[in-house]
Design a protein around this ligand. Sequence first.
Ligand code: NAP
Ligand code: MG
Length: 499
Amino acid sequence: MPQELTVPSTIARFVTGASPSMLIDGAFVPAVSGETFDTLNPATGGLLARLPAADAPDVDRAVAAARRAFDSGPWATMKPYDRQRIMMRFADLVEARHEDLAILDTLDMGAPIQRMRGNLRRAVGMARFYAGLTTALRGETIANSIPGDFHTHTLREPVGVVGAIIPWNNPHIAFIWKVGAAIAAGCTVVLKPAEEASLSALWLGEMLLEAGLPNGVVNVVTGFGETAGAALSVHPGVDKIAFTGSTATGQAIVHAAANTLKRVSLELGGKSPNIVFNDADLDLAVPGAAMAAFTNSGQVCSAGTRLFVERGIYDEFVAAMTSYTRSLTVGNGLDGDTQLGPVVSQTQLERVTNYFEIGRAEGAAIASGGKRLTDGDYASGYFVPPTIFTDVHNEMRIAKEEIFGPVVSVMAFDDYESVIRLANASPFGLGGGVWTNDLNQATRTVSALRTGTVWVNCYGQMDPAVPFGGYRMSGYGREGGVEHLDEFLETKAVWTQTH
Ligand code: NAP
Ligand code: MG
């Protein structure tokens, strides 16, 4: 039996059944109502913590604090040098505590510790990347054609108070990604983490204070989407919502934001196509395509869940991928050997296993998996094996709907034109992959796919400096890259008459 990690003392207060508070205006406080909700460990079903269930009055307090910190506090007017210094200190704290942050997120949402540890460079790299961007903000001087002596230039100014709403699938990364860019631009933030995984957000909020962030610049309100999230989305004191989550929630947020015409950026779901041509290097493509769909138990927005394999290699490919998939180790994320942890919750378990029934009823075949794991240690957690559906058609629900579990739908294709048509026949447009040794084939496929990212002979790589986001119903706006700051900046045109 492999050794499981023990809980470090730094995070014991979050995971031993206690009641941590949420962060408003630099203080840790309960909900105004006194209500709490339970957050569980998906590997065991056990209680980790009872968290404040924020509702509209708590959101009001947090928004008022963020408003004060923006309108009269030091943050928006602080020199870039000083903002950068605080953010670099924060990055150092994240680096020093990353192992414990990784354990905290593994306990909270189940992902394997090896995956969470692998986030180190991205987590710290993002914090440093955004710290760097604080000193890279700039406008333009523009040549105008007005007779007389008029000078025109632009100023880039922070958009104001940001309501940040994030999902549970990679909690500490999602926090640093959203908050890093917003505060680098000079905004202040009220962040609502997902109810399933709020713990690392509370700890990271505390680290920001420790790094010297002024009170009220970043507030963390824990609670449910329908209450706290909805209150944030309609709040007149919020200038912008930066949302990551499902397409349906994104649509609800756009409606809620319409009253005040607040800015909205959306990182939503997907059903990303992954295309393997006959000439692909199968030693790369087989594990690559499997993990494109299964990593993080499929709880990845850009997962390559529609796998198109060219007819000439289809049978060989499916056989090799099935045997690779059966070799994957599913277990408690704290076990260092685990490659796939549980799915995040009972709800998600039911959703994923329901798609097993839907796929069967639609006439797809199952090459591997397809049934909840319940033996021994699996019994009390939410464990699903990686599952391969074959004989799938692009019109089946299992090929159209985001399952957000370790499930891939494999389809054979006959030629380039038909696979591009099928790949683009989806309302989503987040990720995409192509596996081939033919440079021309790769190049034209990259151009033809209507998605915000395309990976060539690889899948799923992310970097702070590379923009990420969706076409079509996968959202709008880009996160990552220098352009991420544009999401949090207004442009002011200035006319000056000189004489
Ligand atoms: P979700 O149900 O949309 O929830 C996302 C966040 O929105 C949570 O914090 C949720 O709160 C909150 N929320 C729910 N209803 C709300 C409402 N009416 N108003 C305001 N906020 C509300 O998505 P999820 O199940 O957590 O995450 C999975 C989804 O996220 C997938 O569709 C995935 O593709 C997408 N995702 C996208 C990206 C990307 O970058 N494009 C990255 C990761 C995930 P509660 O959960 O606490 O109720
Ligand atoms: Mg949890």
